[in-house]
Design a binder for this molecule. Structure first.
Ligand code: COA
Length: 188
């Protein structure tokens, strides 16, 4: 049973963002065969099977329902095809008078990269996080060297704040990570 909050839809002229449904599981599974995703994403099942795609969709719906994570499928407004996913994870202290905090994560289907899809999706999701969820800060992290991710984050105003030694896990190893942050007044 999906909570009504999972019906949140964000859109602009090119993109529609919504909680992924089971109909997107095959496209998610196909996209997650890309080795570039396995290179940069922590804990992606490898090999990535159809069951993993279905489990991912189920997890997104469960976490929307309990308010612990807000993951959107990025889809094309023109034809509904999957372009990627983007989400607010590790959501904390939403009810604090000082505002909450969350971390953003994203990926784009290999054939769709370099078209500014994530920057546009970030504008929608960060706007939602600041205005609707009451976040005071959104964090971004990436393995050191993931310049594509850094560029996409910087385009909407994220500031690279630190290089954190052994901050992230990659296939069971600790690796150095970049940490960035975005405040509401910096979103552009
Ligand atoms: C990082 C990623 C999400 C960026 O999304 P995007 O929608 O392609 O973002 P942009 O179009 O703004 O491109 C960002 C940068 O990617 C690089 N880029 C451009 N075309 C590219 C392509 N075809 N393939 C890979 N990277 C490309 C460029 O450096 C670009 O910066 P520029 O516009 O200043 O030249 C995407 O490259 C991706 O899915 N990478 C693999 C997964 C990943 O690393 N996720 C983030 C984990 S922290």
């Amino acid at each position: 049973m999906v909570n009504p909050v999972s019906l949140v839809t964000l859109s602009d002229s090119r993109l529609i963002l919504r909680c992924p449904g089971p109909e997107l599981a095959p496209e998610i599974t196909a996209a997650c065969q890309d080795r570039e995703l396995h290179r940069w994403l922590e804990a992606l099942p490898d090999p990535y099977t159809e069951a993993d795609g279905r489990a991912f969709v189920q997890m997104c719906q469960t976490k929307w329902a309990d308010g612990s994570e807000f993951v959107f499928a990025i889809t094309s407004a023109a034809d509904g095809r999957l372009l990627g996913t983007i989400g607010l994870h590790d959501v904390e202290r939403l009810t604090s008078p000082g505002g909450g905090m969350a971390e953003v994560g994203f990926w784009v289907v290999a054939s769709e990269r370099g078209q500014g899809i994530v920057p546009d999706a970030l504008r929608l999701v960060c706007g939602y996080g600041f205005k609707e969820l009451g976040l005071a800060r959104i964090e971004w992290q990436a393995e050191v060297g993931n310049t594509s991710s850094l560029r996409a984050a910087e385009k909407v105003g994220f500031v690279l704040e630190a290089t954190c030694r052994r901050r992230l896990l990659h296939v069971g190893h600790r690796v150095d990570g970049w940490l960035g942050g975005l405040l509401p007044e910096e979103l552009r």
